[in-house]
Design a protein around this ligand. Structure first.
Ligand code: URP
Ligand code: ZN
Ligand code: ZN
Length: 479
């Protein structure tokens, strides 16, 4: 059959197509929301008239990449009394789309006293009809009762909720070691992949108390109350607990070399571990929390940004494969807002400043510019770190995370030469600031399509919110 005889809804021509393994000059033929052809000359023979039903996108000089998958995004999450997250599913997925993403995995927090199913029902209601790109949910287990671990979790994994997160920190969320073990063991039984937030809550609480007793309440003390040792110790403990019950885990938002070394040692012992880092650990330091007045509150997140040596370590980890995932940990709060960073209690002590920063829209350009542009990683590794590995680890591959025949046509077309100075005015999230303001990047996603339908084009949001909920397979790390 001649290629010209095939019918397509859309053909992307003249671009450079990049996957986690290959870089090739070919056209991309799309039909019914999926990629159906990768070849040269797909649009040949389609004269303007005869081919009028086919949309041709000219990607001359551009990179054609799998849409970004950000597997660590918090949207519309209950965040404590009087605190409101800056993004709901509409604004969060809009911002993600403008940043070159086509899928986000968000967190469904088990509310105290509720089961996972009930919490999921609430999250689905929040997301329904609002999403501009596809979404999935990780389950956050905060009360690992016998019913949650024995009944709900296995049933939910079968239903496509195949990953869970547990916290070792935050009052009200953290699990004790025996609860973590029970959760890991249950996950092993049903094939869920467990993500762990590793910080030692008791040490942190002690240090917060010491700071407050000394009248040290400014935002900068957030960083010194959550030292590297608290993260390193918890990382070691999480890895040991996972080893004890022999289950793979993901160590999320790693900020420094010592925690990375724990991951590497666990791998040397034979454990299956995935590692994740985030832009804040490459581009920010604890000095950013040490600004005049309350400005440091804009950078309060956990683990906190560290120092230049830790930034270098995290770059090294991206280059050497310590990290499999580069995610945003987008967790936005408005700054000038009594329901955000500058809530009444937060102004009195860093303890009450909500943890988290926006970043879903800037994740990809920052890594592209400083990573690929500066020669630290190649473009294929960029795709792996920002899309393909997320799909594989969270059960979406090969439907998502690559450009291949049969995959969803989730595609971001990049202008690799576009220069942008990051500023909150050009972003689309609900926060009133970006922690990455002033950073100049080269390379920006200019066209984004989800399942073959354009979502962002020429700097505009196009089409209806047509993102779908994604039921997922089990992780490649578990299978
Ligand atoms: O400060 C952060 N990272 N907030 C988001 C919640 C989390 O721990 O991932
Ligand atoms: Zn976390
Ligand atoms: Zn997070």
């Amino acid at each position: 059959m001649s290629l010209g005889a095939q019918t397509f809804d859309t053909i992307i021509v003249n671009g450079t197509v990049v996957t986690a393994s290959d870089t090739m000059r070919c056209d991309v033929g799309i039909r019914g929301g999926r990629i159906v052809a990768l070849a040269e000359g797909l649009a040949e023979g389609l004269s303007a008239g005869a081919g009028s039903a086919v949309e041709i996108i000219d990607a001359t000089g551009r990179l054609v990449l799998p849409g970004g998958i950000d597997s660590h995004v918090h949207l519309d999450q209950p965040s404590g009394e009087g605190i409101v997250m800056a993004d709901d599913f509409e604004s969060g997925t809009r911002s993600a789309a403008f940043g070159g993403n086509t899928t986000v995995l968000t967190f469904c927090m088990q509310e105290k006293g509720k089961g996972l199913r009930q919490s999921l029902k609430d999250y689905h209601a929040k997301a329904e009809g609002k999403c501009h790109i596809d979404v999935g949910f990780h389950l956050v287990v905060t009360e690992p009762t016998a019913d949650v671990l024995g009944q709900e979790m296995p049933a939910l994994v079968e239903d496509g909720y195949t990953s869970i997160k547990v916290f070792m920190t935050y009052e009200g969320l953290r699990l004790r070691d025996d609860e973590i073990l029970a959760t890991l063991d249950a996950a092993r039984g049903c094939g869920a992949l467990v993500m762990v937030h590793c910080e030692n809550e008791d040490a942190i609480r002690y240090l917060i108390g010491r700071h407050e007793a000394a009248g040290e309440t400014a935002p900068k003390f957030h960083a010194s109350s959550r030292p590297v040792a608290a993260e390193r110790e918890a990382t070691h403990r999480a890895l040991s607990l996972a080893e004890i019950v022999d289950v793979p885990i993901v160590i999320v938002h790693v900020s420094n070399r010592e925690a990375m070394e724990e991951i590497e040692r666990a791998r040397q012992r034979g454990s299956k571990v995935a590692g994740e880092t985030c832009p804040q650990y490459l581009f920010l330091t604890a000095d950013d929390l040490d600004l005049a007045g309350m400005d440091g509150a804009k950078y309060v997140c956990s683990p906190p940004p560290r120092d230049k040596a830790s930034q270098d370590a995290c770059w090294d980890g991206l280059e050497r494969g310590v990290f499999d995932l580069f995610s945003s940990d987008h967790c936005p709060f408005r700054f000038e807002d009594d329901q955000g960073k500058l809530n009444e209690k937060g102004k009195r002590s860093f303890r009450w400043i909500p943890n988290g920063i926006p970043g879903v829209e800037t994740r990809l350009p920052l890594l592209f510019s400083e990573g690929v542009g500066k020669g630290r990683i190649d473009i294929n590794r960029f795709v792996a770190l920002t899309s393909t590995n997320h799909a594989k680890l969270y059960g979406l591959y090969p439907r998502k995370g690559t450009i291949a025949i049969g995959a969803d046509a989730d595609i971001a077309i990049w202008d690799p030469a576009r220069e942008v100075v990051i500023d909150n005015d050009i972003l689309h999230h609900g926060a009133d600031y970006t922690p990455f303001a002033g950073i100049k990047v080269t390379g920006w996603p200019v066209e984004v399509m989800v399942r073959g339908k354009r979502v962002v084009s020429n700097g505009q949001l196009v089409g209806q919110a047509q993102g779908q909920y994604l039921a997922r397979d089990r992780s490649a790390l578990v299978r």
